[in-house]
Design a protein around this ligand. Structure first.
Ligand code: FE
Length: 231
């Protein structure tokens, strides 16, 4: 009798175990619940944004920028196109990120971006030296109006406050810049503006150097990253 009771008890236990199964949510060794989930249309795998904007082989650049400030770069990134310096560069420009001296008039432009290596790594303390014509197309060749140099911050970022330059004979609107990583060569180039009819007749114009202007409350903003050799 005692043996029969024990047997019945074991059968009841076995039945209970069979009924509970995984539906009870009890973790089990080797359970498929811990296996990687395959991507399907109904269950897509979400890739972090940082992995889409930086090369897979390099760490994600400073994540402090976020949103519109995110670095868009795919390694190996082509070095920014070099263009002629022209006749008006002057050494010794003041160090500053705003060229908006008193007396400078025109449409305000805030230019931001990064200096990057060809493997999409931000370059800290890279030099950027900007110079440009005023809204009437005139360069200041006796002083330093609309001229200034600065260095990228620890995250490789720069900001320039200036105005949209005017046209001068033979040229479309452009801003000159020299960019140099701390241990790299100087890259000299020019930045252009979208929708300027003279772009088509300017022999120096390059489409890859057109700023993506966005209207702001008091002018325009644009984001532009420079890719340089060296680091
Ligand atoms: Fe020029």
């Amino acid at each position: 009798m005692k043996k029969l009771f024990s047997l019945t008890f074991m059968v009841v236990l076995l039945l209970l175990a069979a009924c509970s199964g995984n539906a009870a949510g009890i973790p089990q060794t080797g359970s498929t619940a811990t296996a990687p989930v395959a991507a399907t249309a109904a269950n897509p795998v979400v890739v972090p944004t940082a992995a889409l904007t930086a090369s897979a082989s390099s760490p994600a650049p400073a994540a402090t920028t976020g949103g519109a400030g995110a670095i868009s770069c795919a390694a190996p990134a082509p070095v920014t196109t070099s263009l002629t310096e022209g006749p008006y560069w002057k050494s010794g420009s003041p160090e500053r990120s705003s060229l908006l001296d008193a007396g400078v008039t025109g449409t305000k432009l805030v230019l931001t971006g990064y200096v990057l290596t060809t493997d999409c790594q931000p370059v800290a303390h890279a030099l950027l030296d900007f110079w440009q014509a005023d809204a009437q197309g005139q360069y200041d060749n006796s002083g330093y109006t609309l001229r200034g140099h600065q260095y990228t911050d620890a995250s490789g970022r720069y900001t320039l406050e200036t105005i949209i330059p005017g046209l001068y004979p033979g040229r479309t609107e452009h801003i000159h810049v020299k960019v140099q990583a701390p241990n790299g060569p100087v890259l000299t180039t020019q930045l252009f503006f979208p929708g300027v009819s003279q772009n088509q007749s300017d022999g120096i114009f390059d489409q890859s150097l057109v700023l993506p202007l966005e209207k702001s409350a008091d002018g325009y903003t644009a984001a532009f990253n420079f890719v340089v050799n060296g680091q």
